[in-house]
Design a protein around this ligand. Structure first.
Ligand code: BG6
Length: 529
C-alpha cells in the first residue's frame, strides 16, 4: 500500500490461523545495509528473529546482511547469533529454532559508496532469491551513516533494483534517522532521492511511532468518547512532554552525538511526534494519508511559546559531572570523542504553542536530555482547576494531615518504562469534614496484559513488509518538523550559544525551571503521579 492510500484495518476475525495465529507478511527479500553496525545488532536482527518466532515473517523471506568487510554466511550467522541471543526474551532460542532461522541469513559484501560494487551485489542476490522464490519484492533497510543514503539509492537504481510504478515488483527503502540536519539539507536529500525513488518507496523511521504506548495515544483519544471533548483550550491548562535518559555517550556514540545534540537527536523527531499525536484532530480515516495530513497541520501550527527571541522559550543544557543511578558520571566534555570546548546541547527544553482553534493559548512544555536521573518518557496533560475552590485539599500521613494547594486533574501517558495511563482526580477524604484527597486511577500494561510489549522495530519492520506507511514520516511532515527547529539551530549558531550546565543525575538546568516558574508552573517529576 502506498503512503497515499489509506491502510485498511483488518478485522480480527479475518485473520487466518497459522500456528501462532498470526498472518505472515508476504514473501520478500530483506536486505540490511550497514549489517555490521550497532543498530543491526541490537535492534534489527532481534526484531526480525522475534517476528519470525511469532509467525509474522514468511518462511521464504531471506535476510541479507550487507556491509563492507568480506565475510562468509557462516561468520555472519555466528555474529548474529550472539546479538539475537543477547537481545530476545529468555527461552526463545533453542538450537533447532536458531538453525531454522539462521538458514535464511546471508551475507553480501558491498562498499555502498562504490558504484562498481552493485553489479556483484546483484549477482550475489540472484541465487539467494531464486532459492527462496522471492524475486522482485525487496525491502532495503539503510542502517548506515546518512551520508551514504544517496549513494545507496543511486546504486540500487543503477543496478536495476528500483522497479517502475507499472511493475508488479516492489522495493521499499527504509531510512534511519537522521534524515537531514536542518531544513535545507532534509529538502536537498528528498529532492535527490526523488530522482530515484517515489514517495511510496520511501519509509522514514521514527522508532517512537513503533512503540505500543505511542500508538495507544491515538486509540485512547479516538477510541473513547469521554476524553476527547476535553482535549482543548477550554479544559487543558498545559501539557508537558518529557523524554529523559540516564545514559550518556556509551558505546562510542559521542562522535555522532556531538554533531547532533538533543534538539536534532530527539526533540525534532520523537518529541514532536508525541506532540502531534496529542494535539492532532481526529483523522477522517485511520490510514496513512489522513494521519500524515493531520500531523502536518499540527507541525505547521507550531510557534515559540513566548513572544521574545529564541532564548526566551528554548533552553539548551549540557551535563557536567554528577551521579547517575548511584554511580559517578563524567561531564559531557570529558566523554570519549567529545571536543573539550563542545557547545553541543545534551538537554533542551522549550515552551511551544499550537496556534489553532483547539489549542490557542495552551502551552506545551517539551524537554529531553541525557544523563537525567532516570530513563522515562511521558506526556502529562494538566487540566484546569474547577472554577471555584469549594473544598480544602489535604495530604495525610496516617491521621496527620497538611493543607496543600488545590490539585488539578492530570492525565499521564507513561510511554516507558512501567507503561501506563494514569488519571488523577479529587475524592472526599473519609471523615466528618469535606476535604479533598487526591487519588489516581491507573491502567498498567503489565498488570492488564501480562505479556511483554512488542519492540518498536518489530512493528515497524512488519509494517514495511506489509507496505503500510502509517507509522513512518512523509516528506512534508519531516520538513515541517525541520522548519520549526531550524530557526532555533540558526539562532544558537548566530549567537554562539553556550548551553547551560546541569549536573549529571539532575532534571536539567535552572533556566529550564525558570521557564515554567515564569508561568507559575513547575516541571513534573516523572516518578510522581
Ligand atoms: C534515538 C536517539 O533516536 O532514540 C538516541 O538517537 C536515544 O540518542 C534513543 O537514546 C532513545 O530511544 P528509546 O527508545 O530508548 O527511548
Amino acid at each position: 500500500m502506498s503512503s497515499d492510500q489509506p491502510s485498511v484495518v483488518t478485522a480480527p476475525q479475518a485473520i487466518p490461523q497459522a500456528a501462532t495465529g498470526h498472518v505472515p507478511a508476504g514473501d520478500a527479500t530483506i536486505m540490511i545495509f550497514g549489517a555490521s553496525g550497532d543498530l543491526t545488532a541490537r535492534k534489527l536482527m532481534p526484531a526480525l528473529f522475534d517476528l519470525w518466532y511469532e509467525g509474522y515473517l514468511s518462511d521464504a523471506s531471506p535476510i541479507i546482511g550487507v556491509a563492507r568487510r568480506p565475510k562468509s554466511d557462516e561468520e555472519f550467522r555466528n555474529e548474529i547469533f550472539a546479538d539475537v541471543n543477547g537481545n530476545v526474551r529468555a527461552g526463545q532460542i533453542s538450537p533447532e529454532r536458531w538453525s531454522q532461522f539462521a538458514s535464511r541469513l546471508h551475507y553480501l559484501q558491498l562498499d555502498i559508496a562504490n558504484p562498481s560494487d552493485y553489479a556483484p551485489l546483484v549477482n550475489g542476490l540472484v541465487p539467494i532469491e531464486q532459492a527462496a522464490g522471492t524475486q522482485g519484492k525487496r525491502v532495503v533497510y539503510l542502517a548506515t551513516a546518512p551520508d551514504l543514503f544517496l549513494s545507496a539509492v543511486e546504486g540500487l537504481s543503477q543496478s536495476g533494483l528500483v522497479p517502475g510504478r507499472e511493475s508488479a515488483d516492489w522495493l521499499r527503502v527504509v531510512f534511519e534517522k537522521p534524515f537531514g540536519h536542518d531544513l535545507a539539507s532534509a529538502q536537498e536529500l528528498s529532492t535527490q532521492l526523488r530522482r530515484f525513488l517515489r514517495e511510496d518507496q520511501i519509509y522514514r523511521i521514527d522508532h517512537y511511532l513503533g512503540k505500543e504506548t505511542v500508538q495507544n495515544i491515538l486509540l485512547f483519544r479516538f477510541g473513547n468518547s469521554i476524553f476527547e471533548p476535553l482535549f482543548n483550550r477550554n479544559h487543558i491548562d498545559h501539557v508537558q512532554i518529557t523524554v529523559a535518559e540516564s545514559q550518556g555517550m556509551e558505546r562510542g556514540r559521542g562522535g555522532y552525538y556531538d554533531h547532533s545534540g538533543a534538539l536534532r537527536d530527539v526533540l525534532q523527531n520523537h518529541v514532536l511526534q508525541l506532540l502531534c499525536l496529542i494535539a492532532m484532530e481526529p483523522p477522517a480515516l485511520f490510514g496513512a494519508r489522513d494521519l500524515h495530513d493531520e500531523k502536518l497541520k499540527v507541525l505547521k501550527a507550531l510557534s515559540g511559546g513566548n513572544r521574545g527571541d529564541v532564548a526566551s522559550w528554548v533552553i539548551p543544557g549540557q551535563y557536567s559531572a554528577g551521579v547517575v543511578d548511584g554511580k559517578p558520571a563524567a561531564s559531557y566534555l570529558s566523554e570519549e570523542r567529545i571536543p573539550p570546548d563542545s557547545r553541543t546541547e545534551t538537554y533542551v527544553a522549550m515552551k511551544v504553542q499550537v496556534d489553532n482553534w483547539r489549542w490557542a493559548g495552551v502551552p506545551f512544555y517539551l524537554r529531553t536530555g541525557k544523563r537525567m536521573p532516570s530513563r522515562v518518557s511521558e506526556i502529562a496533560i494538566q487540566f484546569k482547576l474547577p472554577p471555584l475552590n469549594l473544598f480544602s485539599t489535604v495530604e495525610c500521613e496516617g491521621d496527620i494531615c497538611d493543607l496543600v494547594g488545590a490539585r488539578p486533574n492530570r492525565l499521564v501517558f507513561r510511554i516507558q518504562p512501567s507503561e501506563s495511563i494514569k488519571l488523577s482526580f479529587s475524592t472526599k477524604r473519609p471523615g466528618m469534614n469535606y476535604q479533598i484527597h487526591p487519588v489516581t486511577m491507573d491502567f498498567n500494561y503489565d498488570a492488564t496484559f501480562k505479556q511483554a510489549l512488542p519492540e518498536a522495530y518489530e512493528r515497524l519492520l512488519l509494517d514495511v513488509l506489509r507496505g503500510d506507511s502509517t507509522l513512518f514520516l512523509r516528506t512534508d511532515e519531516l520538513e515541517a518538523a525541520w522548519q520549526f527547529v531550524t530557526p532555533v539551530l540558526e539562532y544558537w549558531s548566530r549567537h554562539q550559544t553556550v548551553p547551560e550546565p546541569y549536573r549529571a543525575g539532575s532534571w536539567g538546568p535552572r533556566s529550564a525551571d525558570d521557564l515554567l516558574l515564569r508561568d507559575s508552573r513547575n516541571w513534573r517529576t516523572p516518578s510522581s503521579t
